[in-house]
Design a protein around this ligand. Structure first.
Ligand code: F0G
Length: 392
């Protein structure tokens, strides 16, 4: 049986579609209140009516740690760390995937597909397995971190390593889906992905006791998450739950920073980066599909999109692990490197409250940590040898 009518992009302009609610309707639903946990706690703000059976692995409900040392080092009064690495497949992608796979099942899809730098692949594979669907994941050959690949293998995805970039892999996937209407698309051009991911904003607002931060900082690759988070905060104001939205700061890696450049130059066009390069492989993307919505999020929120060097990303990854006990993958550390740069540039001030979104767990990319520099020695199993090795 064919899939029942999913649409991803506008047939006129080709832009990704956005789910827009009637304001009165959404407000009425929000007034019903939020019950339960995680992403599905916010069901009244999600595009399902009546009896839905969520395909869930208990995603969302991730900790918002108060920084104990790093904020002080940066001179910040309030730094909060949103640890999205504690989702079921260890990245924020699960928020979108639970909603999109639930939609896929509702539409009677049996196969799902995505292009990915790794985390989307892992998450798609897991939620497809949970729903009993077949998954196909296309990843750029040679750059995907080992932990992510291991996940996709374990969950039984069919993995295709494309000899090309993420951007090329996404183009092939989009073409495949437009030719074969029976394969359901799981990339963030799918509006249900954005709906799930917007719950990050709702959760931050609730965890801060009904406040919103002055700034929310997050890494940007294909630009789905910045789109989603901004949509979430805007909806909170539309339904009257808050008056203030945060400034959104998107952070790209220098070698893959078409959005930072467009923002800086005030462009309304995207000049793609043909051969994106960065050590933060999750965000090695030269042609973000949601570029227009990302620029809008930064501009409307009074925020910005900036870029940071790979060296500063690696330094931030290490500092975060050692000062806060939170181990993230390199792309996630871009949030911290970007925050530091924005403070140096005077964009973010000492008195601002900041939420840094840490998008993926460090174990996703164990090689990046090993390269931090090894502080280990071998010793014979005796007390003297041990004392020598420890230097005590
Ligand atoms: N952080 C991590 C750890 C990611 O995996 C990604 C994207 C991002 C940030 C950026 O989010 O694309 O919504 O702007 N990873 C995608 C993937 C591209 O295939 O896993 P975005």
């Amino acid at each position: 049986m064919g899939i029942e009518g999913p649409m991803y992009t506008c047939p006129m302009c080709g832009e990704p579609l956005t789910i827009v609610y009637n304001k009165g309707y959404l407000k009425g639903r929000a007034l019903e209140g939020f019950r339960g946990r995680g992403v599905w706690r916010y069901s009244p703000m999600l595009p399902f009516e009546g009896d839905v059976k969520p395909v869930s692995l208990n995603e969302g409900d991730t900790p918002l740690h108060r920084s104990l040392r790093l904020g002080g080092k940066l001179g910040l009064e309030e730094l909060l760390l949103k640890n999205e690495g504690l989702n079921p497949t260890a990245s924020f992608k699960d928020r979108g995937m639970t909603v999109a796979v639930t939609d896929a099942v509702r539409r009677k899809a049996s196969r799902v597909i995505c292009a990915s730098t790794g985390n989307t692949a892992a998450s798609v594979a897991a939620y497809a397995a949970r729903a009993g669907l077949k998954s196909y994941v296309l990843v750029p050959s040679g750059i995907v971190a080992r932990g992510k690949l291991a996940q996709a293998v374990a969950y039984g995805a069919r993995i295709v390593k494309v000899r090309g970039s993420f951007d090329e892999a996404l183009e092939i996937v989009m073409e495949t889906v437009s030719r074969d209407g029976d394969i359901y698309l799981m990339n963030s051009v799918n509006p249900y992905r954005i709906e799930g991911q917007k719950t990050l904003a709702f959760e931050v607002w609730e965890q801060m006791g009904g406040r919103t931060p002055d700034w929310l900082v997050l890494p940007v690759g294909n630009a789905g998450n910045i789109t989603a988070v901004w949509k979430g905060f805007k909806e909170l104001t539309e339904v009257g739950l808050t008056q203030r939205t945060p400034h959104i700061l998107g952070v790209q890696a220098e070698g893959a920073s078409p959005l930072a450049r467009a923002f800086e130059m005030g462009f309304d066009e995207l000049v793609p980066v043909e051969n994106p390069e960065t050590y933060a492989t999750a965000i090695r993307i030269g042609k973000p599909i949601s570029w227009r919505r990302a620029l809008a999020a930064a501009r409307e929120s009074g925020g910005s999109i900036i870029s940071v060097s790979d060296d500063s990303i690696l330094e931030a990854q290490k500092t975060l692990a050692r000062m806060e006990g939170v181990f993230v993958e390199p792309a996630s550390a871009a949030s911290i490197a970007g925050l530091e740069k924005a403070m140096e540039d005077g964009l973010i001030g000492d008195e601002d409250s900041v939420v840094a979104v840490l998008t993926g767990h460090g174990l996703k990319d164990p090689d990046s940590a090993i390269r931090m520099g090894v502080e280990e020695v071998e010793a014979e199993p005796g007390p003297e040898a041990l004392a020598m090795a420890l230097g005590v």
